[in-house]
Design a protein around this ligand. Structure first.
Ligand SMILES: Nc1ncnc2c1ncn2[C@@H]1O[C@H](COP(=O)(O)OP(=O)(O)OP(=O)(O)O)[C@@H](O)[C@H]1O
Ligand SMILES: [Mg+2]
Length: 142
């Protein structure tokens, strides 16, 4: 799907948010500044969570809205080994009652559950600075 500006990315995030439910996992892939954190911000804003910051250095940021919905925002960019992933404890959140987002999830692919939804972000520098392409791969859930 082609996205021509941040507002369209926000609308995409809201569409995904509308279909989401507690326990969902969203794996976000794509180069630096392709819009992964922007997507999570838009998604979380929709549920009334306003102050989202990038978890690049904290690995995991946890948010909770007034209705008790928890959002776990993770970033595996700096993870280099299975041991490091274990130390951070990403897996502790995968079977929770909240919604998980994992930026650079491919770096910890071996611990991502099968039911996760993958979203790929592409930034086409040859087009213009606001253009992005997104692809969403949803597993059929029983
Ligand atoms: N159509 C668009 N969709 C999303 N972000 C856009 C768009 N056009 C411009 N931007 C800008 O691109 C930047 C995307 O940054 P963001 O932090 O979301 O990237 P990221 O994929 O999380 O990168 P990183 O891997 O470094 O964490 C933001 O500054 C945002 O304002
Ligand atoms: Mg980011």
């Amino acid at each position: 799907m082609n996205i021509y500006n941040p507002e369209e990315m926000q609308n995409f995030a809201i569409k995904v948010a509308n279909k989401s439910k507690r326990g969902d996992i969203f794996c976000l892939e794509g180069e630096l500044s392709s819009g992964k954190t922007f997507f999570v911000k838009s998604f979380a804003n929709f549920f009334g969570i306003k102050k989202i910051s990038s978890p690049t250095f904290s690995f995991i940021n946890i948010y909770r809205n007034k209705k008790g919905l928890e959002i776990y925002h993770m970033d595996a960019y700096r993870i280099k080994s299975h041991n490091e992933a274990n130390d951070v404890g990403f897996e502790d959140y995968f079977f929770s009652n909240g919604i998980c987002f994992i930026e650079w999830a491919s770096k910890i692919k071996y611990i991502i559950p099968d039911f996760a939804t993958w979203i790929y972000f592409e930034k086409k520098l040859n087009f213009n600075e606001f253009f992005r392409r997104v692809k969403i791969i949803t597993k059929n859930k029983s």
